[in-house]
Write a protein that binds this ligand. Structure first.
Ligand code: PNS
Length: 173
């Protein structure tokens, strides 16, 4: 009996959703993703709209960049949703959410989101992960600003994203 239960636990995959706008994916996001895979088996990175920000990249472009970065990773799936996160989670039957928490400035928004989502769907749990120190102040918005002003973004985003940003802004270096 004990052995049977053990086998059941071993077979059960630990799944989580990492929702975000990923406009575009940065090395900070990649760091969070890698960290989450230390304790879950499969991660669904799910691209969605930010309620306020107007995106630079389309849904398709953002997904393609993520797919490009993680193309060799079988434990990672890239998906999207349009609507409430709780509805998406319920549809998928996944109740674990991964979010990055960088500086104090993130805290208010994340706290509000967690508590509101919990009110809407009580079985959700959110795990906050903190990226490496060098990515603590990195954001997609900053990366876009640097790229727009023709600055080097190689240190902040994966190679595929550097290329895409250069195409968007027709950068010279
Ligand atoms: O990467 P971001 O932009 O900080 O991610 C925020 C995001 C997209 C995860 C959040 O805005 C979200 O979950 N949007 C989906 C709509 C929704 O469920 N809103 C209610 C949140 S309490």
């Amino acid at each position: 009996m004990v052995q049977q239960e053990y086998r059941y636990i071993r077979r059960k995959e630990r799944l989580a959703v990492y929702p975000g706008s990923f406009d575009p994916v940065t090395n900070g996001h990649v760091d969070i993703i890698e960290r989450s895979l230390k304790f879950i088996d499969r991660l669904i990175i799910s691209v969605t709209h930010h309620p306020v920000k107007k995106p630079l990249f389309s849904f398709r472009e953002r997904m393609e960049m993520l797919q490009g970065v993680f193309q060799k990773r079988r434990e990672i799936t890239v998906d999207y949703f349009d609507g409430l996160l709780v509805d998406y989670l319920e549809k998928k039957g996944i109740y674990l959410v991964i979010r990055g928490l960088r500086a104090v400035s993130d805290f208010d928004y994340e706290f509000q989101m967690v508590l509101t989502n919990r009110k809407l769907l009580p079985q959700i749990e959110t795990i906050f992960l903190t990226p490496r120190e060098e990515y603590l102040y990195l954001s997609s918005s900053l990366v876009k600003e640097i790229a727009r002003l023709n600055g080097p973004v190689e240190k902040f985003v994966p190679e595929i994203v550097v290329k895409k940003l250069k195409e968007k802004f027709s950068l010279t270096h």
